[in-house]
Ligand binder design. Structure first.
Ligand SMILES: Cc1cc2nc3c(=O)[nH]c(=O)nc-3n(C[C@H](O)[C@H](O)[C@H](O)COP(=O)(O)OP(=O)(O)OC[C@H]3O[C@@H](n4cnc5c(N)ncnc54)[C@H](O)[C@@H]3O)c2cc1C
Ligand SMILES: *[C@@H]1O[C@H](CO)[C@@H](O)[C@H](O)[C@H]1NC(C)=O
Ligand SMILES: *[C@@H]1O[C@H](CO)[C@@H](O)[C@H](O)[C@H]1NC(C)=O
Ligand SMILES: *[C@@H]1O[C@H](CO)[C@@H](O)[C@H](O)[C@H]1NC(C)=O
Ligand SMILES: *[C@@H]1O[C@H](CO)[C@@H](O)[C@H](O)[C@H]1NC(C)=O
Ligand SMILES: *[C@@H]1O[C@H](CO)[C@@H](O)[C@H](O)[C@H]1NC(C)=O
Ligand SMILES: *[C@@H]1O[C@H](CO)[C@@H](O)[C@H](O)[C@H]1NC(C)=O
Ligand SMILES: *[C@@H]1O[C@H](CO)[C@@H](O)[C@H](O)[C@H]1NC(C)=O
Ligand SMILES: *[C@@H]1O[C@H](CO)[C@@H](O)[C@H](O)[C@H]1NC(C)=O
Ligand SMILES: *[C@@H]1O[C@H](CO)[C@@H](O)[C@H](O)[C@H]1NC(C)=O
Length: 503
């Protein structure tokens, strides 16, 4: 796309001004030539592409997907990893399909897309195929580990009881302690960290139990308790890129266009990229990550209402970091996973072995994982410093092994990347359903919001992004086809739960 000349920009500014005046009369009657599209879908990740597909299915094709990166897919990103001649396509973003389907029960739509597009996946055994280590090297504490698995199930049940009693929400670590499973040792702490999405203190007890049920517990409306990992050499992004190929026309997509400003009112929206290209439309659907919204990377004019700002700032954008290493030989555990308990909580606790049957046998690939503050710490270090830190832990795990230097090393700095500002949303205990409703709610009937973070049932996941793109676009389609009788998605507006202090 050629950059607009000064003349074009001036002409365009005039056209916007002209369209704004005429638009004051009839919202949808303004002639299409005055606007670039009826809908601008801002962001081409899972939520954006599924929203586009949904509008298309409703007969609305006058939309443009505007994406900052040079390709669609969002947080579905793969990488050719490894030394020359020993390369594998690995996922640096989402790689697991969490929850699949039991018989003809409810299906994870991501699982259905994977089947539709022939994406090769491999079942994971996170709880049964695991080896345990600590600061003394190998140490079998599977009994401790297994007890925390059982306690998690109990915690999800106790969370349901708390909802019934209208008790306050707390974080998962507090939940474990309340049901009698406080972590007294680094081994217990590492085990609980593993069970709690690697963020026991950041995650709500109730919301994570709720999501767990809707993902993994068929009795409670969930898909299945299986996790499938993509090993497809085209990348897991195939599910969304191939889906887009079937309906998305070239004139409906604009990549390499990072949005800087969104001006909106009851008549429409004008979106301007950081390089000065402007587009006008009747509606915009914002699918930027929660982190992007939290950092004001996109400027809204007028500023967003206070109920929206509170919703944005009271959810958490978590950071989750997978560190890929390829070694000349396989010297580590033979299970799928390993857990390492350091004296410092959060120091490289979770390991995944990809050099194993079903995954990439013979690849020499081992993955270390960190989250939260430890992720921010590694992002602030150089690659060499992080590699030395990881090698130090490996030496602790294998005190008698001479560990070779890796042939290849990679990790992605999700938090520092201004197009993401983190990996996925996490629901803290102080975030309540009214906040979630406000995060998704429409502003001025024109600005709509969708993405993994707006999902009440599946925040933080691919299915969350999928359902939000689908549901919000259905509501938009009703609005667009309703001759200006637009309802939008209502906010809860006030979210109150504080009691006055009695002093
Ligand atoms: C490391 C990692 C591991 C994960 N693992 C899993 C997993 O195993 N299973 C799972 O279910 N989920 C996982 N997730 C979460 C999953 O990837 C996300 O929930 C999902 O991809 C989010 O989709 P989305 O459409 O809501 O957002 P995004 O994919 O972020 O789409 C938003 C789009 O907006 C674009 N954008 C941002 N700012 C601008 C701007 N200013 N202008 C224009 N465009 C902009 C972005 O480039 C992006 O393409 C993981 C995420 C990460 C990062
Ligand atoms: C609005 O449109 C109607 C019908 O096209 C026209 O009669 C009316 O004068 C317009 N009003 C304004 C304020 O432009
Ligand atoms: C949007 O529409 C205006 C007016 O028709 C036009 O000048 C501009 O080039 C369009 N923008 C893009 C990115 O196509
Ligand atoms: C996007 O930008 C990249 C890098 O500048 C360029 O290689 C690519 O061709 C651009 N893509 C499109 C569709 O303009
Ligand atoms: C998937 O694989 C099956 C069997 O190999 C084939 O019939 C089908 O056409 C493939 N579908 C796609 C979308 O590639
Ligand atoms: C832990 O649970 C697994 C099944 O998930 C089982 O195979 C293993 O024997 C158990 N180990 C201990 C020590 O309880
Ligand atoms: C889970 O709760 C049941 C019933 O109260 C109890 O018998 C069991 O010991 C608990 N399991 C764990 C691992 O805490
Ligand atoms: C999760 O499912 C269990 C078992 O069906 C149920 O007892 C519990 O109340 C549910 N938890 C929540 C938070 O809904
Ligand atoms: C925007 O402009 C900058 C500086 O001219 C350029 O480097 C960049 O590629 C442009 N980005 C996009 C998305 O057009
Ligand atoms: C490492 O070697 C020492 C000395 O030979 C031995 O005592 C120790 O058990 C070994 N540790 C492991 C984890 O194999």
């Amino acid at each position: 796309m050629a950059p607009a000349t000064a003349f074009h920009r001036a002409l365009f500014a005039f056209l916007i001004a002209a369209s704004r005046v005429s638009a004051q009369n009839a919202t949808h009657a303004s002639s299409p030539s005055e606007k670039n599209a009826t809908v601008l879908i801002l962001g081409g990740g899972v939520a954006g592409i599924i929203a586009a597909r949904t509008l298309h299915e409703q007969g609305i094709d006058d939309f443009i997907v505007v994406e900052g990166r040079e390709e669609l897919g969002g947080r579905l990103i793969n990488l050719e990893f490894g030394a020359p001649g020993k390369q594998y396509t690995v996922e640096v973003g989402a790689n697991w399909i969490k929850g699949t389907q039991v018989c003809d029960g409810s299906a994870n739509p991501i699982w259905e897309l994977a089947k539709k597009h022939n994406v090769t996946t491999e079942p994971c055994d996170w709880f049964g195929s695991i080896t345990t280590y600590d600061y003394n090297g190998y140490n079998n504490y599977l009994d401790v580990f297994n007890a925390t698995v059982g306690a998690y199930t109990n915690a999800t049940i106790a969370a349901g009881d708390r909802v019934a009693q209208q008790a306050v929400d707390l974080n998962l670590q507090m939940g474990y302690a309340i049901i009698g499973s406080a972590s007294k040792t680094p081994q217990e702490a590492a085990s609980i960290y593993y069970q709690t999405d690697m963020s026991p203190t950041e995650t709500s007890w109730i919301a994570s139990s709720w999501r767990h049920n809707f993902t993994y517990n068929p009795e409670a409306g969930g898909f299945s308790n299986a996790n499938e990992m993509s090993i497809d050499q085209r990348g897991l992004s195939t599910i969304i890129l191939d889906e887009a190929k079937a309906f998305l026309q070239p004139q409906q997509q604009l990549v390499n266009h990072t949005i800087g400003t969104i001006v909106y009112d009851e008549q429409g929206v004008t979106v301007t990229t950081v390089n000065g290209t402007s587009l006008t439309a009747d509606y915009a659907l914002c699918t930027f990550s929660l982190g992007v919204l939290q950092h004001y990377d996109v400027k809204f004019e007028p500023t967003l209402p206070s109920w929206k700002v509170e919703a944005i700032q009271s959810m958490t954008m978590a950071t989750y970091t997978r560190i890929y290493m390829q070694f000349p030989e396989h010297f580590w555990f033979n299970t799928q996973m390993a857990l390492y308990a350091d004296r410092l909580r959060g120091r490289y606790p979770v390991w995944q072995n990809l050099d194993i049957e079903g995954f990439f046998p013979g690849s020499g690939i081992l993955v270390a994982t960190v989250t939260g503050d430890y992720s921010l710490r590694v992002e602030s270090m150089t690659n060499d410093q992080v590699q030395a830190d990881v090698m130090d832990v490996l030496q602790t795990m294998y005190p008698n092994t001479t560990i070779p230097q890796p042939l290849a090393f990679h990790f992605t700095r999700w938090n520092s990347d201004t197009i993401y500002r983190g990996s996925f949303s996490s629901w803290p205990a102080s975030f309540v359903p009214g906040h979630s409703q406000n995060l998704r709610a429409t502003v001025a009937d024109r600005l709509w919001f969708a993405g993994e973070a707006t999902s009440l049932k599946y925040f933080g996941t691919l299915q969350g992004a999928y359902y939000e793109g689908l549901n919000v676009a259905q509501a938009m389609a009703k609005c667009i086809q309703g001759d200006g009788q637009c309802e939008g998605l209502e906010p809860a507006k006030t979210v109150l739960n504080a009691e006055a202090y009695s002093v």
